[in-house]
Design a protein around this ligand. Structure first.
Ligand SMILES: [Zn+2]
Length: 298
């Protein structure tokens, strides 16, 4: 580059004289100047970029701190809600245990229920704790759902069994003759009376004393017009001396359903209903079965 150095002409003016200064710029000095300006520009750009970056990070940090605070608050609210749900679940456990007792099955101790789901584990990770608690609640609910379904099926079965146990007086009237030995009104002999006699006017409705199926409906020696209803489990009820029969053999009847009318057919001294309960072939005292005092008749 020798001989090709650049010449920079700088004119400096003042009032009195003017002179020209010729600066001879060598390649080295140009390189130094170029390097110097490059570093300067780089530093300037770097400083501006870094400043923006720090400003951005600072703002981002503030935003994250705020988000973190609100998340912590939110998590703590969820934890409180979970505790409320857990307390409600405990109430439901107690209630369902009461239903188990009513259904005649053993209550489940709460410690067994909690043991079944593995107990409670607390870690320093709030989110993990929440997940653990929510999973616990889900499993407890599934367990409780199974328990309630079990109690429901037992109660339905029991309701069905109860509906087939004779439990009402089958006609409105006055009980004039009880179950047991008595002097036979026809022969005067000391004889077993295998039911009760309910005195009522002819045509008084006669009700089925429980759900069941009619197995006899017709005339029977001594009993006159008579209905026998089977209630399952070896239980049969008999309604005798009727004036009318309103059901037929094979018909299913419900408790309190009208099946006939009081009369005086067969071996009878006056209008009354002779009512028997026979369990596995043995007559039982019907008064021991009349337990529903608040029954509603049609
Ligand atoms: Zn009788």
């Amino acid at each position: 580059m020798k001989g090709k150095d650049l010449k920079l002409l700088i004119k400096i003016h003042n009032l009195k004289n003017s002179k020209s200064v010729v600066l001879k710029l060598t390649t080295l000095s140009i390189s130094i100047m170029f390097g110097f300006f490059s570093i300067l520009i780089f530093l300037l750009v770097f400083t501006i970029f870094t400043s923006f970056k720090f400003a951005f990070l600072y703002l981002e940090n503030i935003t994250l701190k705020r988000q973190n605070q609100s998340l912590r608050k939110y998590i703590s609210q969820i934890e409180e809600e979970i505790n409320i749900v857990k307390n409600k679940l405990k109430d439901i456990f107690e209630l369902s245990n009461n239903f188990r007792i009513i259904a005649g099955i053993n209550p489940i101790p709460q410690d067994i229920k909690y043991f079944g789901i593995g107990g409670y584990i607390q870690t320093n990770d709030s989110i993990s704790n929440l997940k653990f608690e929510i999973n616990n609640i889900k499993r407890l609910l599934e367990l409780e759902m199974k328990n309630i379904k079990e109690v429901e099926s037992i109660l339905i079965k029991k309701r069905d069994e109860l509906s087939r146990i004779p439990s009402i007086l089958p006609a409105r009237g006055i009980i004039v003759s009880n179950f047991g030995y008595r002097n036979d009104p026809f022969t005067g002999e000391w004889k077993m009376h295998e039911g009760i006699d309910i005195s009522a006017p002819i045509g008084t409705p006669v009700y089925a004393s429980a759900d069941g199926t009619v197995i006899f409906a017709g005339y029977k020696e001594g009993y006159g017009l008579c209905i026998d209803i089977s209630h399952g489990n070896g239980i049969i009820t008999r309604y005798a001396h009727l004036s009318r029969i309103l059901v037929s053999v094979g018909q299913k009847v419900k408790r309190s359903e009208i099946i006939g009318k009081v009369g005086s057919t067969g071996r009878s001294t006056g209008s009354h209903l002779h009512y028997e309960i026979i369990v596995n072939g043995t007559p039982k005292n019907p008064l021991n079965y009349i337990i529903l005092s608040d029954v509603v008749y049609d």
